[in-house]
Design a protein around this ligand. Structure first.
Ligand code: C2E
Ligand code: MG
Ligand code: MG
Ligand code: MG
Length: 282
């Protein structure tokens, strides 16, 4: 009623909300400029096989370095970019830059597969297949050196409309992975219908293993499903040797996380793993 309306109207002018909307405005215009002024940068987190610790890939993770020198993580601007209609521009930039970098590394004797995170909006709106084809053609990168990560939440919400797109991407020859696997409370039947090759076990299931019996069971179950379906698995967020040992004992094929390395700049990455050093121990 009128009272609620009045209260809401008054609520709108609280300093907190005014501050929040000011930050939104600043972020929105700032993000638009960030693209023009090349303030976005990709960091790369290595991915390694559990057996032998060989680094085979790198996940590209976007950051925004503001003119003031502040580094803003994707958690603070990707959702905003989606709302502001900027995700397609940002997503295309990320694809182009990740492919360019992977091709540069390939030519420098660092043959890595680069993994790029896709926003669900990029897949259902716009022309994702064309965007990926363009990025591959312009960079000269072989499609098998590109993996695209889609989140389980997206897969569940858009299984039908997204399926054609994912099949189109697969026909280009790129690999597809399900990110944050296990967090989506979904029927698992989609795994047999979608053309995905890899499951990334969400960090939340890795944090408390070994020790948390429920999480141990979930990790073991994911590995078992993946093996039966012929899917690769990357465990995310491995922070210590005990977690890695646990994953090894269950036969988990691959991992990434701060224990191996946090995300690095391209320069740092090449310094650490460049020139035939991919098999170097963590
Ligand atoms: P994600 O794809 O699940 O990426 C993994 C996140 O976990 C990254 O955070 C990474 O820095 C962090 N991480 C890796 N290892 C560890 C660890 O051992 N411990 C802990 N505590 N954290 C670890 P980041 O870079 O902040 O990215 C957050 C999310 O933002 C990503 O989650 C991804 O969903 C999204 N994102 C990142 N880059 C892009 C992009 O280019 N496009 C889109 N659409 N989303 C992106
Ligand atoms: Mg990811
Ligand atoms: Mg993830
Ligand atoms: Mg995540």
């Amino acid at each position: 009623g009128a009272k609620a309306l009045k209260r809401n109207t008054w609520m709108f002018f609280t300093p907190e909300l005014a501050e929040a909307s000011r930050e939104r405005f600043t972020m929105d215009t700032g993000l638009r400029r960030a693209l023009d002024r090349q303030e976005l940068v990709l960091h790369y987190q290595p991915q390694a096989r559990v057996e032998g610790s060989r680094v085979f890939g790198a996940e590209a993770l976007v950051r925004w370095t503001t003119p003031e020198g502040e580094v803003i993580g994707p958690g603070r601007f990707i959702a905003l970019a989606e709302e502001a209609g900027l995700i397609h521009l940002i997503g295309r930039w990320v694809l182009g830059e990740a492919c360019r970098q992977a091709r540069e590394w390939e030519l420098a004797g660092l043959p890595l597969r680069v993994a790029v995170n896709l926003s669900g909006l990029q897949v259902v709106q716009g022309d994702i297949v064309g965007d990926v084809r363009d990025a591959l053609e312009q960079s000269g990168l072989s499609p098998s050196r590109l993996e695209l990560e889609i989140t389980e939440g997206f897969v569940i919400g858009h299984a039908d409309e997204g399926l054609d797109r994912l099949n189109g991407l697969r026909r280009l020859g790129v690999e597809l992975a399900v990110d944050d696997f296990g967090t989506g409370y979904s029927s698992l039947s989609y795994l047999t219908r979608l053309p995905v090759q890899c499951l990334k076990i969400d960090r939340s299931f890795i944090t408390d293993v070994p020790g948390d019996a429920d999480d141990e069971t979930i990790v073991a179950a994911i590995l078992s499903i993946a093996e039966r379906l012929g899917l690769d698995v990357i465990a995310e967020g491995v922070e210590n040797a005990t977690q890695l040992e646990f994953l090894r004992s269950l036969g988990c094929p691959a991992y990434q996380g701060d224990y191996l390395s946090p995300p690095l700049t391209a320069t740092e990455f090449a310094q650490r793993w460049g020139a035939g050093g991919l098999a170097r121990e963590a």
